[in-house]
Write a protein that binds this ligand. Structure first.
Ligand SMILES: NC(=O)C1=CN([C@@H]2O[C@H](COP(=O)(O)OP(=O)(O)OC[C@H]3O[C@@H](n4cnc5c(N)ncnc54)[C@H](OP(=O)(O)O)[C@@H]3O)[C@@H](O)[C@H]2O)C=CC1
Ligand SMILES: O=C1CO[C@H](CO)[C@@H](O)[C@@H]1O
Length: 295
């Protein structure tokens, strides 16, 4: 298969600023620097065009080194890829956020990222309900708007925002967030947030779609995957894709990287989708951090 065909495998979704975002990509949390070249090369060879990282993951430099090599080889062009990074909890505030993206760009060896996200609504050291938290969040967004206008990021968005945080942001922003990246899988089907984002033209991007493997032993998941002749991981990813939710599974294992990409050749029936929507512990199984309680 040609690289072009490979790059076209992943379908895309249109963001509210007109940018096309791939529905599928590689999550880089806990991808070790020494594995990065193998992981990115395997991913790109198998149709991944989106790479998700964050300053907090401490692997932007490793990603930048690999991308530099790949671009030099001419195998893939910068504009073929969609790179996301995030400003961390300690990078809130106007000046901090500006510095944070410039630092990330230097490490990634890029002139721009495709998507820049506020990683977490809470500011380090502040309680979620603290008024100063909301003031600083607003300043952070002002910086994001400036960075967007300067074309240092092609789209701006948020992560771990609840409806309350989004309402606050929508009430004062000049540029709307394009994306909200949150934990989302059948065991934490955040339906209200999903509907809110849809209504407000914000694309939902799921993290921990595979529940980090923690719910693979669930019977409903097992049965549905078996009946489709797919793996549990593929079923979980497909469930989100069918809701037009972007998925970014992480794997450092070449076989699993390939397995996770093979989710565009089957469909989950409406009946099975409904079953999956209701699976588990009343949609309360959170694998990662909880933005409703922790700052
Ligand atoms: N905005 C935020 O706050 C957050 C963002 N994220 C982003 O989302 C991405 C994905 O979420 P993440 O937390 O990594 O969790 P995932 O649900 O993607 O699970 C990753 C884990 O599942 C394993 N795995 C991957 N593929 C398979 C497979 N086919 N079968 C069995 N096991 C598999 C991986 O191990 P192995 O590598 O050995 O294959 C790894 O241990 C992150 O990498 C990050 O980019 C994640 C959390 C929070
Ligand atoms: O994005 C991230 C991946 O998940 C972790 C929590 O489990 C977060 O701490 C981190 O920032």
């Amino acid at each position: 298969m040609s690289v072009k065909q490979v790059l076209n495998i992943a379908s895309k979704i249109k963001l509210n600023n007109g940018v096309m975002m791939p529905l599928f990509g590689l999550g880089c949390y806990q991808v070790q620097s020494e594995d990065m070249e193998k992981v990115i090369r395997t991913s790109i060879d198998n149709g991944y065009i989106l790479i998700d990282t964050a300053s907090a993951y401490r692997n932007e430099e490793a990603i930048g080194n690999v991308l530099e090599k790949i671009f030099k080889e001419g195998k893939v062009k910068r504009e073929d890829l969609f790179i996301t990074t995030k400003a961390g909890t300690g990078e809130h505030g106007y000046d901090n956020a500006i510095t944070a993206l410039n630092d990330s760009l230097k490490k990634l060896k890029l002139d721009y990222v495709d998507l820049y996200l506020i990683h977490w609504p809470g500011v380090k050291g502040l309680k979620p309900e603290d008024e100063a938290n909301s003031k600083t969040r607003k300043e952070t967004w002002k910086a994001f708007e400036k960075l967007y206008e300067e074309k240092k990021c092609r789209s701006i968005g948020v992560s771990n925002y609840t409806i309350k945080h989004l309402e606050e942001l929508l009430s004062h922003c000049n540029i709307k967030p394009t994306v909200n990246q949150v934990e989302f899988h059948p065991f934490l089907y955040q339906k209200e947030l999903y509907e809110f984002c849809k209504k407000n033209d914000i694309v939902l991007e799921a993290y921990a779609s595979l529940t980090r493997g923690k719910k693979f032993d669930d019977e409903v998941i097992g049965e549905a995957a078996k009946s489709l002749g797919k793996t549990r991981a593929q079923l979980l990813l497909r469930w989100a894709i069918q809701k037009n939710i972007v998925v970014i599974p992480k794997s450092s294992n070449p076989e699993r990287i390939i397995e996770n990409a093979n989710i565009f050749d089957f469909e989950i029936s409406d009946a099975t989708m409904e079953k999956l929507d209701c699976v588990g512990d009343n949609n309360q199984t959170r694998i990662c951090w909880d933005p409703t309680i922790v700052s």
